[in-house]
Structure formats: structure tokens, C-alpha cells
Ligand binder design. Sequence first.
Ligand code: MUC
Ligand code: MG
Length: 371
Amino acid sequence: MSIQIARIESWLVDIPTIRPHKLSMATMGCQTLTIVKMTDSDGAVGWGEATTIGGLSYGPESPEGIKSAIDTYLAPALCGKRFDGPASLAAAMNLPVKGNSFAKSALETALLDLQGKRLGVPVSTLLGGALAPSLPVLWTLASGDTARDIDEGKRLLAEGRHQAFKLKIGAKSLAEDLRHTQAIKEGLGEGVSIRVDVNQAWDAVTAVRGMAALQAIGIDLVEQPVALWDRAALVSLSQRFVLPVLADEAVADAHDGYALAAAGFTGAYALKIAKAGGPAQALKLAHVAQAAGIALYGGTMLEGTLGTVASLHAWSTLPLGWGTEMFGPLLLKDDIIADPPRFQGGQVTLPQGPGLGITLDDDKFRFYQRK
Ligand code: MUC
Ligand code: MG
């Protein structure tokens, strides 16, 4: 269905986290959502969202930069033009604006929401159709304190909300990280899947030592152990150990996915709508991975409910060997969405309504907007 974009508006929304969230390169106490509203020439509206992690510490786009790229360059390139879907939208964005995939992801999401609402179908239908009504979702234990992480994990297991956990390591020495990981693995017990994310913190030698020790402890998956640029080390680790490697920062889009697979990588790719430039673009990476026999994982940039649901619509169309980590909304103290999806039994439910299938809470949206 052809949509003529009339107006694009954006806001920064700051929501505190429920506890400090510690990664190897930043500690988060607040998440900033860049929210986009796209209005078409008939007055219909679609919403999109972009987030990053820890200002400029995760990647080259900051929340303020994302808003500026949208307002200054992308919105003028799109307003007044007609689009039949993500393909023509991407072409119109990629000619005048290089990179800036986080900003583009928010806009692609808004177009999909708008188009889905106008056609009366969920975004998952526009993207190929959902395989299941809910998706597996893990939780990240990253308070920075081992005992607190164990308590948190035990509580979530008892509540039945999650059955798998990811730990954030890499900020401390290898010996300290291994003690922390082993204590949590033993504390949560047999049958609970524990994975770790190093967020690029190790050099190649530390990674070999770390992988060997983590394999002995019984960890299930090691995410991005080495620097984004060190493709050779990532490939060699994936071939050397039985413990699988999950590539995150090293694979943003389909081109990265192809290059890493062609270099001999075995393991899994973390898909993120922000890295690829939107839900439809992330699916291109997924399809390259599938063609290369690489497993899939639904990744998060710690999005709020809008970005999380946009991702879920895309991930729902895929067989996900490693499930998802789409828990972002649960890390935030509050929500600007009135009807967020349910998290229960280690699963999150995919909204069924037209478009993204969620509704903004106008009061909360106004309350958390950066003035
Ligand atoms: C990342 O690098 O995977 C995902 C979960 C989480 O806690 O942080 C993110 C970022
Ligand atoms: Mg990661």
C-alpha cells in the first residue's frame, strides 16, 4: 500500500532503569528512547523508536545524534514522498544519508506501523508472517554484584518469568569474571542456561583462556568476546571451541553477516533492528545467516516497548536457535506504552493488533519527554 509521508516528528524520552545495569564499557541508570511519529497525507500515524546503550560508548550514534539525523536530514528527504514499504524507504534514506542505522531503524519501524494499521494487519504479517504467537526471552543479570545477581536470578526463576540468563562480563580481570560466572552458574543450578556477553573487552589471547574456562564451567554461549574489528579472532575462536560464539557488534547488517560467514565463522548472529537499519533490514542479515547455516538470536539494544515489539514482529518470522533477549521494557521503571506485551513462562507474547499492535500512554509520553 502506497503511503505519502506528510510529517515526521521526534522526541527524546528518558526513563530510569530499575537498578544499575553494568556492561564492560558503561553503567546505565537511565535509558533514552528516541521516539518518532510519522503522519501520512490522510492523517494516519505510525510510531518508531531507536535506543543505544550508554551514550556513545556502544556505537557511533548517540540519542541526541539520532534525533538530529532524523530532524535535519532524514525527515526532509522523506516528507512529501510516497513509499510502498521498507524497500523504497531504505533506498530514499540510503542515498542522502550514509550509516546512521539506528535513526533509519526508527523510521522504518514507524512506516511499518503506519502501513500495518492502514492495511489492518500486524507488522509480522508485512515481514513474512509469524511462526508462533510468543517468543522465548532471557534476562540479563548485570547489577555488578554477584550475590545480588544470584538473588535476582533465583527470584525470576521462582516467579517463572525467565529460564535462561545472560551475564555481562569483561569490565573486571578474567579471574574475577570467572569467579563471578561460576558462582552464578552454581547458584542458579543445573538446567538453567547461562550465557555471557564480553562486549569486545578481551584480546585474542585472553579470549582463548576465557573460552576454555567458560567451557569447563558449563556456560552455553559466549557473546562478542573480542573487538568488533577482529574478525580473524572471532572466526578462529568459533572453530576452536565446542562452546559456541555469538557475534554481536561484529555483525550489523547483511554485508557483515556474509563476510563473517565467508571467512569461516560458525556459531550464531545476534540480530538487532538498530544495527541493521530497521526490522526488514535485520531480516536480510537473518536470511544470509540461514543460507550459511549460522544460528539466529533475537538481540536487543535495550529498547523500550516500542522498539522491543518492532523487533519481536521481525524475530517472530524466524526459527531462532538461541531464542531472544527482548526484555528491555522490564529493565525500565516505567513505560510510555499503555498495553505492553506479557512476559511469562520464559516467553513474551507477540501483540496481535494492526501495525505494532500497541498504544501510546499520552500522559506518560509527555511526562518523560526531555524538556
Ligand atoms: C548487548 O551487547 O548485547 C543486550 C542485553 C543487555 O543486557 O545488553 C544488551 C547489549
Ligand atoms: Mg551483546
